[in-house]
Design a protein around this ligand. Sequence first.
Ligand code: HEM
Length: 224
Amino acid sequence: MPHETTLDVTESSAQIGASFWAKKLHSLTGVVPIGAFLLEHFWTNSYAVYGPKAFDEAVEKLRSMPYVLFLEVGMIGLPILYHSIYGIMIAVAGRPNNLRYHYARNWMYVLQRVTGVILLLYIGLHVYETRIESSIKGVTVTFDYMVKELSEPGMFLFYLTGILSAVFHFANGLWSFLIGWGITTTEKSMKRSAYVCTAIGVGLGLVGINALLGFFGKAVVINF
Ligand code: HEM
């Protein structure tokens, strides 16, 4: 009978045929640069709460950065590609035991993988629409473009699911990252970091939803 607080999974780096460093790199890329980019992306999109002009200017500022394509591919695209490919290998190799043991941590373990797969689909379509297709068609992604996009209920739901999946995946991932890198080592410190990561997740979730509402002029605007 496994101990209540340990994950009853038989996954190991040896089983998925990956080296220690490959796993460490997967873990690190989840926080830097992908996690850091997620925070920046939420920040930029939050300009939507101030309306079309502020949002379009914020996006234009990013687009006109020097070496922007190099930064997008090297700092975001390749790390996401690596994290996703290795993440799929882990997701396929891991054996969830949530059906036998209904413990919160096991569910978090499963949800981490489920949201990873959702994110793969979401990021793929989101990048295609806003970066690739728009470039091919010579269309600029503006506030009005996003309003049109999000006005379709299915698309709004898709974006909401993507945002909430990214928030959960990042916040829960941060919790396991702290354990994996030996930063939280005791049950007590893991419990404390669970509170902090939950607060980060809830805060980030509210910021994401508020940005989405900004495209309909319904965001809560707080100036301080
Ligand atoms: C918004 C994009 C993403 C962010 C910010 C992100 C972030 C993270 C973080 C911080 C971790 C924790 C690493 C650790 O435990 O040390 C993690 C783990 C994980 N990620 Fe992602 N990730 C993203 C996208 C994806 C995608 C597209 C997949 C594809 C399936 C994926 C699959 C996984 C898996 C399976 C784990 C668990 C690894 C384990 O338990 O060892 N992630 N991610």
